[in-house]
Design a protein around this ligand. Structure first.
Ligand code: PLP
Length: 411
């Protein structure tokens, strides 16, 4: 019965990481998976996380299907910048990190979206394809990266946004775009929201890593729902249409949030899925999502959510966390400057200014497949085939290790 099953495609980024781990070269460099490394190449556990873990009371009981409610409220406040968010218009639910939130949202869209089409930036995170196709949606691309300028193709992007039909969806990365490191400017976001007819599904996996400031990185969302205007979301305040001042859409929009990167909780699998309903139907949408959770894993894991809840609910811990995040983002910025300077110092005549113009964890280096393979084979430097570099994998030791191929590696 199962004789004809074909081997499914593996996540190419994790494949590169596996190859890196198997490489015996002591001077190997890992620039693959999007996880933060300090200047000594070590993974980091945030101080705030260690402190929070000491305060957590453990039990192994089920939580609720939608997760720990205090966590959900604090996580929603982080996204939307307001307390007491109007539950007719907003629903937030704990998820199995960002990928879990995307998959739940994808399943929701596959059930309720009139046209089963979602548009994604060309290029996008490779797992987006797996997630939305698995859920049964058709994926179509919109123009994003311009190879000539190594920037965003703004005209192409807007033209494609205008052409997307009502009843379809668009996947928008909020900040630290994976893999290009290119984020729309505030002006471009405004234009996108003005022209949008498709329902936006925001993916926010790197907030805090782009600018070093969570508030700045969540700006597109605040702008979208109108929270840049004081009190817009507070339960008892304004009438519905005013909340969605930019947004002419009467349907839903969604947001997947991850705490994997910005709290270093990769393995804890903690995130949220939010639904924003202009028509005030968020409770019904939430009930559908609750049922999807029940059918998938019944209850989310708790430990990571308790850490996040403890940090977000305590001013001192929150400050420690935000400072650490700011420092990490700064280290990445310093490495961008150093990498560019070093390439130039070593005599490269190519223009490398895109390295410092891009933001977040990634640099879309512009290296082609042949160059990526050569770096891997001759120098034990590992990155995905598209030339995306995890900038936190760049450190002074790696940068200054010398231009020669590593002994024994040269073919
Ligand atoms: N979205 C993007 C763009 C990502 O790059 C990632 C992880 O690399 C995620 C979402 C989800 O990450 P996680 O499931 O670890 O929260």
């Amino acid at each position: 019965m199962f004789d004809n099953i074909e081997i499914a495609e593996n996540d190419p980024v994790f494949c590169v990481f596996e190859n890196f781990k198997a490489d015996q070269n002591p001077r190997k460099i890992n620039l693959s998976v999007g996880a933060y490394r300090d200047e000594f190449e070590n993974p980091v556990i945030f101080k705030a996380v260690k402190l929070a873990e000491k305060l957590i009371s453990e039990n192994k009981e089920y939580t609720q299907i939608t997760g720990i409610s205090q966590f959900n409220n604090l996580a929603a406040e982080l996204i939307f910048g307001q307390k007491n968010i109007n539950t007719n218009h907003f629903f937030t639910c704990q998820t199995v990190s960002g990928a879990g939130a995307l998959f739940l949202g994808a399943q929701f869209l596959a059930k309720f979206l009139p046209h089963k089409i979602i548009y994604y930036s060309q290029p996008t995170w490779v797992n987006h394809h797996f997630i939305f196709e698995q859920a049964g949606l058709e994926m179509r691309s919109y123009r994003y990266y311009d190879e000539k300028t190594r920037g965003i193709d703004e005209d192409g992007f807007l033209e494609d946004v205008r052409a997307m039909p009502e009843g379809s969806a668009i996947l928008l990365q909020v900040c630290g775009h994976n893999p290009t490191g290119l984020d729309p400017s505030e002006e471009l976001w405004t234009k996108i929201f003005e022209h949008l007819k498709a329902l936006p599904f925001f993916d926010m996996a790197y907030h805090g890593f782009a600018s070093g400031d969570i508030e700045k990185d969540t700006f597109p969302i605040r702008q979208f729902v109108g929270t840049t205007r004081k009190d817009a979301l507070v339960a008892q305040s304004r009438p519905v249409p005013e909340i969605f001042r930019i947004f002419r859409i009467s349907g839903f929009s969604g947001l997947a949030q991850s705490f994997a990167k910005n709290m270093g909780l990769y393995a804890e699998r903690v995130g949220t899925l939010s639904v924003i309903s202009a028509a005030g139907n968020a409770k019904a949408a939430g009930s559908q999502i609750r049922q999807l959770v029940s059918a998938t894993y019944l209850n989310p894991p708790c430990h990571g959510a308790k850490i996040v809840k403890t940090i977000l609910g305590d001013c001192d811990l929150k400050k420690i966390w935000l400072d650490e995040l700011h420092d990490m983002s700064n280290r990445i910025k310093e490495m961008r400057i150093a990498l560019k300077a070093n390439l130039e110092k070593r005599g490269s005549k190519k223009c490398w200014s895109h390295i410092i113009k891009q933001t977040g964890m990634f640099c879309y280096s512009g290296l082609n497949l042949g160059q990526v393979q050569e770096l891997r084979e001759k120098y034990s430097i590992y990155m995905p085939n598209d030339g995306r570099i995890n900038m936190s994998g760049v450190n002074p030791k790696g940068l200054f290790r010398g231009p020669r191929p590593i002994a024994g590696k040269q073919k």
